[in-house]
Design a protein around this ligand. Structure first.
Ligand code: C2E
Ligand code: MG
Ligand code: MG
Length: 592
């Protein structure tokens, strides 16, 4: 059964009120009505609502319809309002309609009552739906669907009010904190999107619970939140607040059965900056945040000098988007030499960017940018496809030098993509290459931090014949005890150890330890960054498997590789390579 029609009758005569109810009942309504005839009773009734419709007499001893209408309007409720009067002149009726009454009827002709009520109820519903749609639109425009928090637009709108307020009152200080969750992508790709979302919601809730009633907390984008703190002028107070935010983030997060630990980088600005637009404050806080992240996390306060660097970075970011489209990226290949046979065992593919105005830009500059923007995914895919395409070509061009391996670097973001193994396997199988094998280089910290999912992916890859190398070995924090359980084939000793090895006893002993460890685990070792003949000789005598470095060759464009390989076979090549054996025929001949 439908709900009764809740009628508020403003009427001094109980019989007339009853008559209205009967008329409505005859039209099929189940009526529940209340009669009032004073301003005070009307106010009380409105407060006790809700009401579906108001039917009011025009003039009563203590009250009248226009005064009632004013009260209803002041209550902010949109209730259909119909005047039912014993007599009403046309002018009065028009004035009442203009004041906001929806209709007027004469008590002597109540046949119009039911159709008028029906129509007004329908129209009220339409108005209600429209208001709801507007609310939904506002929710969509100003609130984040995931966390329910205000979004960037809402944050900027509110902050703009604060800025204007401060222009009038210089004491109205505020500070803006840009919070970025460290390594969020690892949570998202490592634990799945749902857990990633739960985690973001929990971060938002913690911030809201912590923030004061006058502060603003907003979800700006995936792993970034913004907080505006009102009336914080004192740096000691601000420092205390910052420490509290770090503390909030460092409390463990319970995601279902999993407990994870997180941290955040904070960028901060205060209202002393000469900006008048909210977006400038937010951008400045974001810039400070970027600097905090660059330095491994925690907190940075904004300085104007950061701004110049920031616009440079933004430009480079935009250019990098185009670089992929405009095919400005190229792969260079650095030869890797077997230190025992002195033959070339393979190459490492190293990406370079030929920027239209800046010239060559190195991967150390643009790979971190690509990782921050997510562009590393298409970029990494391109590197793999391009390396495979090149290998296909070498299959015939370098036939006399086969077998060779090609090593491709993988970024941490790629590594936590759940479909990584499938994608790489597909690219590799499609390439159908004989005599060439694919190696993937990952850094040790990535393996250690990412746990089971990543290891399973690498296991899958390795069982399909792709080899896995730990790059820059020695610089991360491998648990040596853990190393044996990882699906790896090769350790690449970081250049920093090779660099001072012959001068520095400590580095030499690290290299020796790595070599002993690798031998026990049955892993091959590539020494990176061999620049001198002494390093080459030392590593050879320590039985290091392979080496790579400027002593042999810098990374080369693919069209130069065939020529280099032929030159490397010639006797003259030798003299530049070995200090202790200057009369070798060729370091790259089997005699070596
Ligand atoms: P990495 O994988 O450790 O690569 C070795 C780096 O050492 C290369 O720098 C190489 O040019 C340099 N190098 C090699 N031999 C010597 C030497 O004898 N002396 C000196 N001083 N340097 C030497 P590059 O090409 O600038 O690459 C830097 C890093 O960028 C790479 O370190 C790698 O982590 C990253 N990278 C390069 N290409 C890619 C890529 O396609 N994808 C990803 N994710 N990262 C890449
Ligand atoms: Mg590498
Ligand atoms: Mg390396």
């Amino acid at each position: 059964m439908s709900n009764p029609l809740r009628v508020l009758a403003i009427e001094d005569n109980p019989d007339d009120a009853e008559l209205l109810a009967l008329q409505l009942a005859s039209g099929g309504y189940d009526v529940d009505y209340l009669r009032v005839d004073t301003a005070a009773d009307l106010q009380a009734a409105l407060a006790a609502g809700p009401w579906d419709i108001i039917l009011t007499d025009y003039s009563m001893p203590q009250f009248d319809a226009i005064a009632a209408l004013t009260i209803v309007q002041a209550s902010g409720q949109d209730i259909p309002f119909i005047i039912v009067s014993g007599s009403i002149g046309e002018e009065t009726a028009v004035a009442a309609m203009q004041a906001g009454s929806h209709d007027y009827l004469l008590k002597s002709n109540l046949t119009r009552l039911v159709p008028a009520v029906k129509r007004e109820l329908r129209e009220a519903q339409v108005r209600d739906e429209r208001r709801q749609a507007l609310r939904d639109l506002e929710q969509l425009a100003f609130y984040d669907l995931l966390t329910g928090l205000p979004n960037r637009s809402k944050f900027l709108l509110n902050l703009q009010d604060w800025i204007e307020h401060r222009q009038a009152d210089p004491e109205a200080h505020f500070s803006v904190i840009f919070l970025d969750i460290d390594r969020y992508k690892r949570v998202k790709y490592g634990l799945g999107h749902q857990k990633g979302h739960d985690f973001l919601v929990e971060v938002g809730q913690r911030l809201v619970r912590w923030a004061g009633p006058n502060d603003l907390v907003a979800h700006i984008e995936e792993d970034s939140f913004a907080i505006a703190l009102r009336h914080v002028a004192n740096t000691a107070v601000l420092a205390e607040k910052v420490a509290q935010v770090h503390g909030l983030m460092e409390e463990p997060f319970q995601l279902g059965a999993l407990q994870i630990y997180a941290s955040a980088s904070l960028g901060i600005v205060d209202s002393n900056l000469p900006y008048t637009v909210a977006a400038d404050f937010l951008r400045a806080a974001d810039t400070a945040n970027y600097h905090a992240r660059q330095q491994g996390g925690q907190t940075r306060f904004f300085s104007i000098q950061m701004q110049t660097e920031e616009s440079d970075r933004l430009q480079l970011e935009a250019d990098l988007q185009q670089a992929l489209v405009n095919q400005e990226l190229v792969l260079y290949y650095q030869p890797i030499i077997s230190l025992q046979t002195c033959q070339v065992s393979g190459f490492e593919a190293l990406v370079r960017w030929h920027h239209p105005t800046r010239g060559w830009v190195g991967p150390n500059i643009f790979i971190p940018l690509a990782e921050q923007t997510g562009l590393i995914i298409p970029l990494g895919q391109w590197v793999l496809e391009e390396a495979c395409r090149q290998m296909h070509h070498w299959q015939t061009e370098l036939a006399e030098f086969l077998p060779l391996s090609v090593a491709v670097n993988l970024s941490g973001i790629q590594l936590v993509q759940p479909n990584l193994a499938t994608t790489i396997q597909a690219i590799w199988e499609q390439a159908q290459i004989q005599g060439l094998s694919l190696k993937l280089e990952v850094t040790e910290s990535l393996l250690m931090e990412n746990g089971e999912l990543v290891i399973q992916q690498l296991q899958r890859l390795r069982s399909s014949g792709i080899q896995i190398c730990i790059d820059d070995f020695g610089t991360g924090y491998s648990s040596l005890a853990y190393l044996h359980s990882l699906p790896i084939n090769t350790l690449k000793i970081d250049r920093s150890f090779v660099d001072r090895m012959t001068l520095d006893g400590k580095n030499l002993s690290i290299v020796k330890t790595i070599l002993t460890l690798a031998k026990t685990l049955g892993l091959s070792v590539v020494a990176e960054g061999i620049e001198t003949a002494n390093q080459f000789d030392e590593l050879r005598s320590l039985n290091c498997t392979e080496g790579q470095g400027y002593l042999f060759a810098k990374p080369l464009p693919p069209q130069d590789l065939a020529l280099w390989l032929h030159q490397a076979k010639s006797p003259h090549f030798l003299t530049t390579v070995s200090a202790t054996h200057p009369h070798y025929d060729s370091p790259l001949s089997s005699a070596c």
